[in-house]
Write a protein that binds this ligand. Structure first.
Ligand SMILES: Nc1ncnc2c1ncn2[C@@H]1O[C@H](COP(=O)(O)OP(=O)(O)OP(=O)(O)O)[C@@H](O)[C@H]1O
Length: 248
């Protein structure tokens, strides 16, 4: 895939935290205009890959390209990032948070935010520190998805949302994304729940990219669900490691 077609490109990207190898020699491209699911077991390196693409951390070696430019530091424009931590100012109200975003991000679409807030039943006067976990997660989604950026990165966007509603919430919010020019990459453990929303899926295991394909191909060629595809590849990787460790 050429750099023009790819919105994110990893080129032998490695990230170490001290002695811990979090991402190991990942090479691959994520295409423009799709919804990509980053899946893998706990601690496999999903968050680290997203942070590398957002420029929040730097690779130990190798490169990361976003929209054709090498990532050298935090990207303020062109990328909207939803972290898996509590990232909102607790002393603001919901309305003040939105106002802050309008000031901070020239690409913030206020009309979109207001529509999402209405749909998600968020009231302007509520203080962020008083929001329930679910409402807090909803506000994070509004803040992230209201930005008109070519790349939207979301780390565990379903966390904190009530299992009864999270699928319908995410489905409705993804409809606010214009896949003609925007790409969404989201990490999740809830593979089965989000399968219908995804165009592509990338499987990360022990810091390595073990699989990348369209969801349609996985269903057609492997005649299986994403969960089964993921489990088979993880098992294969474990068996390979087992056989490699006994060979001399
Ligand atoms: N700042 C850090 N310092 C030390 N180790 C880290 C740091 N961040 C991540 N790691 C380690 O790197 C590995 C990959 O972590 P990462 O958070 O990227 O995985 P993940 O797939 O997002 O996990 P989860 O699904 O549990 O959120 C883990 O072993 C983790 O403990």
């Amino acid at each position: 895939m050429s750099t023009e077609q790819a919105v994110i490109q990893f080129e032998h990207t490695t990230k170490r935290f001290g002695r811990k190898l979090a991402v190991s020699d990942v090479s691959g491209s994520f295409p423009r205009g799709s919804v990509v699911g980053l899946i893998g077991p706990n601690g496999s390196g999903k968050s680290t890959l997203l942070k590398l693409a957002a420029g929040l951390i730097r690779p130990t070696s190798g490169k990361v390209w976003v929209s054709g430019n090498v990532v050298n530091g935090r990207i303020r424009s062109g990328v909207s990032f939803l972290p898996d931590t509590n990232s909102l100012y607790p002393f603001y109200t919901v309305g003040e948070t939105i106002h802050y975003c309008v000031q901070a991000f020239p690409d913030f679409d206020l009309n979109k935010a207001l529509k999402m807030m209405e749909f998600l039943e968020l009231s302007h006067g509520q203080k962020v520190s008083h929001l329930s976990k679910g409402k807090y997660s909803r506000l994070k989604l509004v803040v992230t998805l209201s930005r008109e950026t070519p790349l939207v990165l979301m780390d565990e966007p379903l966390s904190g949302l009530d299992p009864m509603v999270r699928k319908s919430i995410l489905k409705s919010l993804i409809e606010f994304v214009d896949v003609d020019w925007q790409t969404v990459v989201l990490s999740t453990h809830e593979v089965a729940e989000i399968e219908p929303l995804l165009d592509h899926v990338a499987l990360i295991h022990q810091g390595q990219l073990k699989g990348f394909d369209t969801v349609d191909n996985i269903r057609a060629e492997h005649n299986t669900s994403l969960v089964t595809w993921m489990e088979a590849l993880v098992q294969e990787a474990k068996e390979y490691q087992g056989s490699a460790s006994v060979s001399v």
